[in-house]
Design a protein around this ligand. Structure first.
Ligand code: ADP
Ligand code: MG
Length: 685
């Protein structure tokens, strides 16, 4: 018997090779296929009398085969099947190329639907290679037909046929949404929505089905956030009072004045950690906007209250940089600041033994602990964590926080996430629905707009001359190389080749360094420091340099194969320069001539500002594919739109109602089951 769990392999007429192909697009069970939603439709539902057909229109007719011939064309290697089809109003020629088997299926007298474009064949109308279907089947033409994403070797017809076979199973499909919600928001029952999304009889049915399925997708996101918030509110965090006097000492000691937004962000954070409800905050600020110093202010206050803070960086390079920045920024305060990564452990500028450091962390001797995820993986014990700051990574769940909770008082730490990924306002509510947000919009005073240019291959020499001039007048350059070969996963080969080319052929007069992910951390560290200390003029790098690296004197960013990177990544690379008041330049090398690609790169030339780029990206690609969304864990929305604020407001309300009635969802077992299985996939934490 067919059930939702039935494997597609067990469906009639589905062979082994088909099964393998279906697997490639994630379709294994009947249930998978039911949720394989059409991405568009073709409306062949409007049947036209043959007598009314016009050239170039796309139309569907219903008629009888009057004549059918099948033959090989004389001069070309072509096989032709020709029909004459008629209804009460006239007749039309239909021709198929190279489908000799049609002969077997189609016979004189058969009644067919034919759908396609009307061509002009020497002043008579004809269909060329149209879709066809016998009227008794009525699945692929003569109606609104669903079009699915597919893969080589699986035709639309096959997919539709399989889905047709399993559609009756939807009768037994139980709705996981409680009736109260379905009624309140005027939704179709789930089984009807699924049936109609595949087989809508008209536009209205499609709209109703889509409304229900969009609601569900956004609802599960809202439910996850509501649940997280609820969990979090059950816990208590340590109170970290604001030490105004010492904070002012720190601010006055900086070599610059804080921008208005930096001050405001710091203030919001300090007010937040003064309370015993755990902070759950996002600090958003474009590349180079100065988020690190805001983090340092929060950590100082934490340390002054005898609580530890952890700063997690996405890469070792960045962890090291934060460590150096913190040591430098907080040098007046006599704190113990350590670096802990997989490959090195340091305390106040000295290298220390891993186990010694672990002990000092566990006994509370260390105030600020900076590192990579090794801190979480290597079972480091902490004395009393007040604050966790995560750089360039969006979420840190309740479960992870619980692991770091205070062992004696059962307090859980405050949390701050920092990101340069600008999310357009229309998306923020959806993606960050459970977070408070602080935004640094202004740039430090005196920063100049980075001048960005696209460089075509024929201008390469001129560009090299330009770079040489800029370096000769004191500048420094990054050169980023993309992955060229699939096998060169870390881009080591590409960067090494570029390094050799530049050192021997192009710029033998300059000192050039190489940086990639396979190098030992000590070597990486030395290279970066050499670049920072101007011992190198050019740093050739893979995309490891992407996030966070701060070298204020560097003012040239050269990106090879720029078309291979997305806008978000390009903007991150470019964010490595323009970090001081010198004029910076970003050169995007590409030999790609595609209009679409150049158009995309042109956005880099036009917009300096991450949020503008993100909005642009949203417009051209839609929220599914967009800028940075991938990192937020919301990939694979099948049908909903992350910017659909109206629906999101409803789903947030619905989720809040559900959680208030049954925080662990036990009152709604079907919903709980669906939520749990979905969360294994979305996995926001
Ligand atoms: P991001 O927000 O990208 O992490 P950083 O915190 O690394 O940016 O800061 C970028 C650079 O700007 C650093 O060199 C930092 O010292 C400097 N900086 C930060 N705030 C200011 C300011 N208000 N005025 C001038 N320079 C600043
Ligand atoms: Mg940063």
């Amino acid at each position: 018997m067919l059930t939702l769990e039935t494997k597609l392999a067990d469906l009639p007429k589905v062979g082994k090779s088909t099964v393998n192909k279906l697997k490639k697009i994630g379709l294994i069970s009947v249930n998978d296929l039911i949720w394989h939603l059409p991405y568009r439709y073709e409306d062949f539902s409007n049947i036209k009398p043959i007598g009314d057909l016009k050239i170039n229109e796309i139309a569907t007719i219903k008629g009888k085969i009057e004549l059918i011939t099948s033959r090989r064309a004389r001069h070309r290697r072509l096989h032709l099947t020709e029909c004459l089809i008629s209804d009460d109003t006239g007749s039309i020629k239909t021709i198929w190329f190279n489908q000799p088997y049609l002969n077997k299926y189609l016979n004189r007298g058969d009644e067919l639907y034919i759908s396609g474009k009307i061509d002009d064949d020497f002043h008579t109308l004809q269909f060329t290679n149209p879709l066809w279907e016998k009227t008794e089947q009525h699945l692929h033409t003569g109606r609104i037909i669903p079009i699915y994403s597919s893969t080589q070797g699986i035709s639309q017809k096959q997919l539709r046929q399989m889905i047709k076979i399993i559609t009756p199973l939807l009768k037994n499909y139980e709705d996981y949404l409680p009736n109260a919600i379905i009624n309140k928001y005027n939704l179709l029952p789930l089984n009807q929505a699924l049936e109609k999304i595949h087989w809508p009889k008209n536009k209205n049915e499609f709209l109703l089905a889509r409304k229900r399925l969009q609601f569900d997708e956004l609802f599960f996101i809202s439910l996850n956030q509501a649940k997280n918030n609820y969990e979090l509110k059950k816990h208590i965090a340590p109170i970290i009072p604001f030490n105004k006097e010492k904070t002012l000492v720190l601010v006055k000691s900086l070599p610059f004045t804080l921008t208005v937004d930096q001050k405001k962000a710091a203030w919001e954070i300090l007010k937040n950690i003064e309370k015993n409800t755990p902070m759950n905050r996002l600090l958003q600020g474009d590349v180079g906007s100065g988020k690190t110093v805001v983090a340092a202010i929060a950590c100082l206050n934490c340390a002054l209250n005898n609580l530890q803070s952890i700063i997690l960086a996405p890469t070792e390079i960045l962890a090291l940089q934060h460590y150096q920045t913190f040591l430098n920024t907080l040098k007046k305060f006599n704190l113990n600041i350590c670096l802990y990564t997989r490959s090195q452990q340091k305390l106040n500028n000295e290298t220390v033994k891993r186990n010694d450091l672990k002990k000092m962390i566990a006994t509370g001797k260390i105030n600020i602990i900076i590192g990579t995820h090794a801190l979480l993986q290597e079972k480091v014990d902490y004395a009393n964590i007040g604050l966790i700051i995560v750089d360039e990574q969006h979420r840190f769940g309740v479960a992870q926080r619980k692991k770091l909770k205070d062992k004696t008082k059962n307090l859980i730490p405050h949390f701050l996430s920092m990101t340069a990924t600008p999310i357009p306002r229309t998306l923020a509510l959806t993606i960050y629905g459970d977070l408070d947000i602080s935004i640094i919009r202004d740039k430090p005073l005196g920063r100049k707009k980075i001048i960005t240019k696209i460089v075509a291959e024929q201008n390469r020499q001129r560009a090299y001359q330009f770079i040489a001039d800029k370096i000769n007048s004191g500048g420094q350059a990054f050169v980023i190389c993309p992955l060229i070969e699939e096998s060169d996963k870390l881009g080591v080969k590409a960067a090494t080749q570029e390094f050799e080319k530049l050192s021997t052929k192009i710029f033998p007069q300059f000192k050039i360094g190489l940086l990639h992910g396979k190098m030992k951390s000590a070597v990486k560290e030395k290279t970066i420091n050499d670049f920072k200390n101007k011992k190198l003029d050019i740093l050739v790098s893979t995309s490891v340099i992407e996030v966070g690296v701060d070298i204020p004197n560097a003012n040239l960013m050269i990106i090879e194969g720029a078309d291979r990177f997305g806008l978000a990544q390009l903007h991150q690379f470019r964010g490595r320069i323009g970090r001081s008041n010198i004029q910076s330049y970003c050169l995007l090398f590409t030999d790609n001539q595609s209009k679409k690609v150049l158009h995309r790169l042109q956005a880099m030339v036009l917009y300096d500002d991450g949020i503008k780029l993100a909005e642009y990206d949203l417009k051209i690609r839609g929220s599914g594919e967009m800028y940075g969304i991938r990192q937020s864990g919301f990939i694979n929305l099948k049908i909903a739109d992350l910017t659909d604020i109206e629906t999101i407001k409803k789903t947030r309300q619905a989720a809040a109602t559900i959680i208030s009635q049954s925080p662990n969802l036990d009152l709604f077992p079907l919903l709980k089951k669906e939520f749990t299985s979905k969360n294994q996939i979305i996995h926001l934490e």
